[in-house]
Design a protein around this ligand. Structure first.
Ligand SMILES: [Fe+2]
Ligand SMILES: [Fe+2]
Length: 352
């Protein structure tokens, strides 16, 4: 075990996403790649050529909440359906305002955790050429830039959370790790030992090819404070480049997995997408309880705000591009994998 692996395994399991064994799966796969395939893999078109002039960490200022604004929304209510539930509406506008502020806190906390627990570890391994992939050095160079971008995203998210807390007086109650960490642990536990850990790399592919569409609407929402919109815009602009990069990572990593690993992990891809996209029910319940709802009310509001059909429909819409990329690399050629995507509502039977 190298030093990094030793450090990683000394961390509490719930607070990190397992990347080391994912990468050892790929290291084994790498040895199977032919010399010709490795040569072919060298061609790479970087989207980071103007990174110095475009990356938000290089070009954007620290975003500061405007002290003039009083009567603003802190999160779009359309993206958080609990606030239109009659049980919550009856509590009045102050309670709804507090719930939306807490939703913004959770979004910002989720962002920091996603970067630090999921994406940075994977991008770091790629930058160090420890990902088991035969990548051109230009692609390793770009992984360093992604690590820098993501560290900045984590930092400015935490910075904005603290500003909003100070400004509004609504206390931030520290959260445990977001739901995706436990969901990924559960998926990992179901995988055969040889495939265990591949879920971490694939989760990065999923989150990095999904996040840019999730960030699309908030910057245009004039009801929100400018600093909130600017932070999300800064993030979205960087993520456009990351999206293309991780599509390329998938294009190179999926064929490098041996057939049995592909068959083991493939049927779990819809769950990996779900791990990223499904609401964090525990955290939402906590926020509603903080707002004064009784346990039975919390349960009712959450169940009625996210019926299973809505969760599945939202996921299918948001994951459209990621699903297409999995199809492009041949992941859905395997029958069990294809059936899992159909069962999850991510593809229609008529589409495959
Ligand atoms: Fe990011
Ligand atoms: Fe990213």
């Amino acid at each position: 075990m190298d030093n990094d692996a030793a450090r990683a395994t000394s961390l509490p399991g719930r607070d990190r996403v397992h990347t080391d064994s994912a990468l050892s799966v790929l290291v084994r796969a790498r040895t199977r790649q032919s010399y010709a395939a490795r040569r072919a893999a060298q061609h790479y078109e970087s989207r980071f050529g103007h990174w110095e002039a475009r990356a938000s960490v290089r070009t954007k200022p620290r975003r500061v909440l405007d002290s003039e604004m009083e009567d603003v929304l802190y999160f779009p209510p359309e993206l958080f359906p609990v606030v239109t539930h009659p049980i919550v509406e009856r509590r009045g506008s102050e309670v709804i305002r507090d719930i939306l502020i807490r939703r913004l806190y959770d979004y910002l906390h989720f962002t920091s955790e996603l970067e630090e627990l999921a994406v940075i570890p994977v991008a770091t391994k790629i930058s160090r050429d420890r990902a088991g992939l035969a990548l051109p050095s230009e692609m390793r160079m770009d992984a360093f830039k992604i690590v820098t971008d993501e560290a900045w995203h984590a930092q400015f998210s935490f910075d904005l959370l603290r500003q909003v807390e100070k400004r509004t007086g609504v206390p931030y109650r520290p959260a445990a790790a977001p739901a995706f960490v436990a969901r990924l642990d559960a998926i990992r536990a179901q995988l055969p030992a040889a495939a265990r850990g591949a879920e971490a790399l694939l989760f990065s592919v999923v989150s990095e090819t999904l996040i840019s569409s999730i960030l699309a609407d908030i910057p245009r929402d004039a009801r929100l404070p400018r600093a909130v919109r600017d932070v999300v815009r800064d993030h979205a602009e960087d993520e456009g480049r990351h999206h293309a990069y991780f599509r390329e990572v998938l294009r190179r990593s999926w064929p490098a997995l041996d057939r049995s690993t592909q068959r083991s992990v493939g049927p779990w891809l819809p769950e990996i997408i779900h791990a990223f996209l499904a609401p964090d029910y525990a955290r939402i319940g906590f926020s509603l309880a903080e707002a004064g709802l009784a346990p039975a009310e919390v349960e009712q509001v959450v169940a009625e705000s996210w019926p299973a059909t809505r969760v599945a429909g939202d996921a299918a819409a948001a994951a459209h591009a990621s699903v297409r990329y999995f199809r492009e690399v041949g992941a859905l050629d395997d029958e069990r994998t294809r059936n899992a995507f159909i069962a999850a509502g991510l593809v229609r039977e008529s589409d495959v």
